[in-house]
Design a protein around this ligand. Structure first.
Ligand code: AMP
Length: 278
């Protein structure tokens, strides 16, 4: 199967239209978009087309979020970040041309059972690498969670969904965003936040992949979830290794300044040990 990045047409200046693609099966639906597998007619390259209805965007007052998503994601190029090759629109809809990730999302994976530790370390290494790249470009994702990580060819993870992302030259900003279980204390307490919100979410996601549920969640009562987040009240089941527990505990600090840098995480003994075993 040919992928678009392996052929020489991934050129953002190219103007596509729907007629340039053979649209195939429906592969997913999100809050605003419907995603199809498609083939670029000229090259035969396989892509994912995400089609978003303009009227629905306007009704939900999220046009600027989509514009920002396109602006940010189309500039990113890293093996662990889903590529956006371009976009086009017509009277009714906007269509994004995306790298096709044939696997499912990390969220789909944990629906059957938690993920073995030696796989989670490989996943964490890739997400840390993607975050180092985007943070280096002053982009904060702000919605890291298993639903937004796709599994590409060869089990390579692809960070996706930059709908909440910001390109931030200023150090901090205040916007309440993301998903309840993944909200960091500084957002709950309505304080300024920065790229450390992504580090927090990485810790929550690591716990969720290992255990199958997020650390602070209480499905009955979201106020209780807030309290647990503020108080950093969580525990691990006994079967999780000390190194894995330490990795998560090192991240989930109330004070964002006490959370480790991505460089420190990359060299954490848990990830290092797994690299040495390969
Ligand atoms: P979204 O609208 O981005 O939330 O996507 C909805 C669903 O479509 C996701 O949960 C995935 O299952 C699927 N999907 C989205 N983008 C892709 C892609 N580039 N490759 C394969 N599947 C995708």
């Amino acid at each position: 199967m040919k992928h678009l990045h392996n052929v020489d047409i991934c050129n953002s200046s190219r103007q596509w239209c729907l007629d340039d693609f053979k649209v195939g099966i429906h592969i997913g639906s999100g809050r605003f978009g419907t995603v199809y597998r498609a083939q670029e007619k000229k090259t035969g390259a396989v892509v994912a087309l995400k089609i978003v209805n303009k009227q629905e965007l306007q009704k939900a007052k999220v046009v600027r979020f989509l514009k920002r998503e396109i602006e940010i994601q189309s500039r990113l190029s890293h093996p662990n970040v889903l590529r956006m090759y371009g976009y086009f629109d017509d009277k009714d809809s906007v269509c994004m041309v995306l790298e096709h990730a044939p696997g499912r999302t990390l969220y789909d994976l944990i629906q059957t059972s938690p993920i073995p530790e030696n796989t989670v370390t490989k996943y964490m290494t890739q997400i840390v690498s993607a975050l180092r790249y985007i943070h280096g470009l002053k982009v904060i994702h702000r919605d890291i969670k298993p639903e937004n990580v796709l599994i590409g060819e060869g089990n390579v993870l692809k960070m996706a969904d930059f709908g909440w992302a910001v390109h931030d030259r200023r150090p901090r900003r205040r916007t309440f965003c993301g998903t309840l279980d993944y909200l960091p204390p500084e957002m709950i307490e309505d304080k300024y936040h920065d790229e450390k919100v992504d580090i927090w979410a990485l810790g929550i996601m690591c716990y969720e992949l290992l255990v199958g549920i997020p650390p602070f969640g209480d499905v009955e009562n979201y106020v209780e979830t807030y309290h647990r987040i503020i108080q950093i009240k969580f525990s691990f089941p006994n079967h999780i290794s000390m190194n894995a527990q330490q990795f998560v505990k090192r991240i989930l600090r109330h004070d964002p300044r006490q959370r480790p840098t991505l460089e420190v995480l990359e060299n954490h003994p848990w990830l290092q040990q797994s690299r040495e075993q390969q």
